[in-house]
Design a protein around this ligand. Structure first.
Ligand SMILES: NC(=O)c1ccc[n+]([C@@H]2O[C@H](COP(=O)([O-])OP(=O)(O)OC[C@H]3O[C@@H](n4cnc5c(N)ncnc54)[C@H](OP(=O)(O)O)[C@@H]3O)[C@@H](O)[C@H]2O)c1
Length: 320
C-alpha cells in the first residue's frame, strides 16, 4: 500500500502547493504580491490542492507573511487547507552573503514556530518539518520541543526534510510521536532516489548520490515522501533545456501528454506519483494556469510502458 498522509491529515490532497516563490518576484506593492499569491492559493483550492508548503526561510519570512495576509483577509479559508512549514535554517552572513547555518536546538525550534504562527496568522501548524539535518542536533531536545508544541496545540504533526534513513531512525527513537513526512528533491531529472536501487551492483551506481535505504525506510515506516522540485523547474514542460537527455525526455513528455490529452505538467508529476511509494509532489508554481495543469496529474493514469519510456529518455542511456 502506498503511504498516504490521509492517515494523519484526513482529506489532504496528493499534490501540495509550495509557497517558496510567494513575494519573491517583487510584483510591485505588498497588495499586488498578496493578490498574486491569493490567485495561486485559490487556483490550488479550486483544483483540489489543499496542502500548502512553507518554510520560515522563504524570502526571509515574507512568503509566510504574504500567506498570512490571505488568511487574515479570508479566515474561512484556513479550515479548507492544511499548512506545513519548516524550521532550522538560519540565514546569516557567516562568511559571505547568502550563507546559512542550522539550528535545531529546542529553543530555536520553539521560537521559530511562534514566529511562523505570527507570520502565517494562524493558531496552529498542521505539519512542521525540520528543514535540513543540523549536525549539532540533540534528539532529546527535539523530542522536548515537539511534545511542548503538540501539547500547546501549536503543531499537530511532525516530519523532516532532506534526511536519510539513519537520521530518521535515530531521531524517531527519542520521539513521542511519529515522523510522518520526509521532503526530498525528487523528479524525473533528479532521480538519485531511484537510480541508487536500479544501479546497485553496477558501475553506473558510482555517479549516484547516496540515498542509502531512505526510499525503502520511508515506504516501510509509513513516512510520506514529499518531492520538492518535482517539475524540475519546468525543464520538461516548456522551460529551456540544457542537454540532449532532457530534450529527449521533454519530447517524450509532450508525446504522452498528447496521447492522453492532458497537460505536460500532469505527465511529469504523474511519473513521480506512479511509483509505489505514493510520492507527494510539492509544486512550486505561483501561476494559476500552471497550478491547474499540475492538478490534472491527480487523474493521470500512466502505463508501465509510459513510465519506463520517460525514465529511460531522461537517463539518456540504457538501464544496467
Ligand atoms: N525542503 C527543501 O529543502 C526544499 C527546497 C526547495 C523547494 N522546496 C519546496 O518545494 C517547492 C517546489 O520547489 P521548486 O519551485 O524548486 O520546484 P518546481 O515545482 O520543480 O518548479 C517550480 C518553478 O518552476 C517554474 N516553472 C514550472 N514550469 C515552467 C515552465 N514550463 N516554464 C517556465 N517556468 C516554469 C515555476 O514558475 P511559475 O511560478 O511561473 O509556474 C516555478 O518557479 C517550493 O515551493 C518549496 O515549497 C523545498
Amino acid at each position: 500500500m502506498p503511504i498516504d498522509l490521509n492517515a494523519h491529515l484526513p482529506g489532504v490532497s496528493r499534490v501540495a502547493l509550495g509557497c517558496m516563490h510567494f513575494g519573491a518576484r517583487q510584483a510591485g506593492s505588498e497588495a499586488a504580491e498578496v493578490a498574486a499569491a491569493d490567485a495561486a492559493v485559490r487556483a490550488a483550492l479550486d483544483a483540489g490542492i489543499n496542502l500548502f508548503d512553507h518554510a520560515d526561510i522563504y524570502v526571509r519570512g515574507r512568503a509566510e507573511s504574504i500567506f498570512g495576509a490571505i488568511i487574515k483577509n479570508q479566515p474561512a479559508l484556513r479550515d479548507r487547507m492544511y499548512v506545513q512549514t519548516k524550521c532550522g535554517l538560519v540565514a546569516e552572513a557567516l562568511g559571505g552573503q547568502g550563507d546559512y547555518r542550522y539550528d535545531l536546538s529546542r529553543q530555536h525550534i520553539m521560537a521559530a514556530v511562534d514566529a511562523s504562527l505570527a507570520r502565517l496568522q494562524t493558531g496552529w501548524i498542521d505539519l512542521l518539518l525540520l528543514h535540513r539535518p543540523d549536525p549539532l542536533m540533540q534528539r532529546d531536545e527535539v523530542a522536548e520541543a515537539f511534545t511542548k508544541l503538540r501539547d500547546a496545540g501549536k503543531v499537530r504533526h511532525f516530519g523532516v526534510s532532506n534526511m536519510r534513513a539513519a537520521q530518521l531512525r535515530w531521531l524517531q527513537k527519542a520521539l513521542g510521536q511519529p515522523l510522518v513526512a520526509n521532503q526530498m528533491e525528487m523528479s524525473l531529472l533528479s532521480r538519485h532516489w531511484l537510480e541508487q536501487d536500479v544501479c546497485f551492483n553496477h558501475a553506473q551506481g558510482a555517479e549516484v548520490l547516496e540515498w542509502s535505504d531512505t526510499l525503502h525506510h520511508c515506504m516501510d515506516a509509513g513516512v510520506q515522501l514529499q518531492a520538492w522540485g518535482p517539475l524540475a523547474q519546468g525543464r520538461l514542460s516548456g522551460a529551456s533545456q540544457a542537454d540532449a537527455a532532457t530534450r529527449a525526455a521533454s519530447e517524450m513528455v509532450a508525446a504522452i501528454a498528447d496521447e492522453l490529452g492532458v497537460p505536460r505538467e500532469a505527465v511529469v508529476l504523474g511519473w513521480l506519483m506512479h511509483h509505489p511509494a505514493g510520492i507527494q509532489p510539492v509544486i512550486g508554481s505561483a501561476d494559476p494556469q500552471r497550478i491547474r495543469a499540475c492538478a490534472a496529474a491527480l487523474d493521470v493514469k500512466l502505463t508501465r510502458e509510459h513510465w519506463y519510456a520517460l525514465y529511460t529518455a531522461a537517463r539518456g542511456r540504457r538501464l544496467p
